[in-house]
Design a protein around this ligand. Structure first.
Ligand code: SAM
Length: 319
């Protein structure tokens, strides 16, 4: 469907839990997560019901996120049910990769198209410092298993000043022999991240000044890509802060508690769980989703003061 600014909306991100098996310092507030563990989240049937109406409105691609989506019980069967919805062509997952190697074969059998794996350090000790868990080996194993199975693999990396800036080239070097893309995502000032200073993609780009790159500058989704000559994978830059891509935004978000969010930055949206549990008809649900998508804000204003800013933490929204 087309929103009021003429953007085609065909991508739904579904957060299936707020819980996570890592505690990344810029993502989760540990006190907050303890409270939110008990939140009443959508059931599989409720998620499928909402996704079905979204598909009727033109959603073609779904991404499952969280919290950590792989800690949700029976995530494999939820993925299968979503993939069976008429109109859904692709289904992806964004994961920290810790549990992925134990589930990936079933996920693929059930229709998963590809995985984005979040990874901010290739150094064991630093990984532990950033995430509070000693799980780097599991993540690396998951990356290799996903590649072995022929899934599309993208690594999402957030570079934070004073923490992991010295690893930029190590991450880039992953694209040399492995058929994966690495994407640098600028840190957005949401939740716990307000306490950290992200490194801009302009600054990261300076690393490529003296390297011969093939410029795949055509944007694919929010990312702009380059490739180093003779390297297998691409290097992507997602720059919500230094180069806003709202004019091409094609997505909406459903939180695990059933709130349909119009934009990452604002708290605008609608509590679909409340309506579903009051037995709203499919037709009325469809209209409610339509009117909310139609009315998506024009752009985020992360760096400005404004009303209705989102106060949730990233693990509650799904990134
Ligand atoms: N647990 C899963 C994972 O780690 O991929 C899914 C949820 S996590 C919130 C999704 C992504 O959001 C991760 O790549 C994480 O690095 C990113 N993220 C969290 N807070 C962020 C922020 N303030 N700015 C940019 N990215 C952020």
């Amino acid at each position: 469907m087309i929103d009021k600014f003429g953007r085609k909306i065909d991508y739904l991100r579904i957060s299936v839990t707020e819980n996570c098996n890592l505690k990344c310092i810029y993502c989760i507030d540990e006190n907050n997560i303890l409270n939110s563990c008990n939140n009443d989240i959508l059931t599989d049937d409720e998620i499928v019901k909402i996704a079905t109406e979204c598909a009727r409105l033109g959603i073609k691609k779904i991404r499952i996120t969280g919290g950590e989506p792989l800690v949700r019980k029976n995530i494999e069967s939820l993925i299968y049910k979503l993939k069976c919805i008429n109109g859904i062509e692709e289904i992806y997952i964004t994961t920290n990769g810790v549990l992925l190697h134990t589930k990936i074969e079933d996920l693929k059998k059930n229709g998963l198209t590809g995985v984005n794996i979040s990874l901010d350090s290739l150094n064991k000790d630093r990984f532990k410092k950033l995430t509070k868990f000693d799980k780097l080996q599991d993540v690396l194993l998951s990356i290799d298993k996903a590649l072995e199975l022929g899934l599309k693999v993208k690594i999402n990396t957030v570079i934070v000043d004073d923490i992991n800036k010295d690893e930029i080239i190590d991450f880039v070097n992953l694209t040399k022999d492995k058929n994966l893309d690495i994407r640098f995502i600028e840190l957005m000032p949401i939740g716990a991240a307000k306490n950290y200073k992200g490194t801009s993609n302009e600054e990261i780009n300076k690393n490529f000044k003296n390297i011969k790159v093939e410029n795949k500058s055509k944007r694919s989704g929010p990312a702009k890509y380059i490739r180093i000559d003779n390297y297998k994978g691409k290097i992507g830059f997602i720059s919500p802060i230094s180069s806003c891509f709202c004019e091409d935004c094609n997505r909406i978000r459903l939180t695990s508690t059933g709130f349909l969010k119009k934009c990452l930055h604002y708290n605008y949206g609608v509590d679909l769980k409340k309506h579903i549990r009051s037995n709203i008809s499919d037709k009325d649900l469809n209209e409610l989703i339509y009117s909310n998508i139609y009315d998506k804000p024009q752009e985020h204003l992360f760096m400005e003061d404004c009303d209705n800013k989102e106060n949730k933490y990233m693990n509650q929204i799904g990134g």
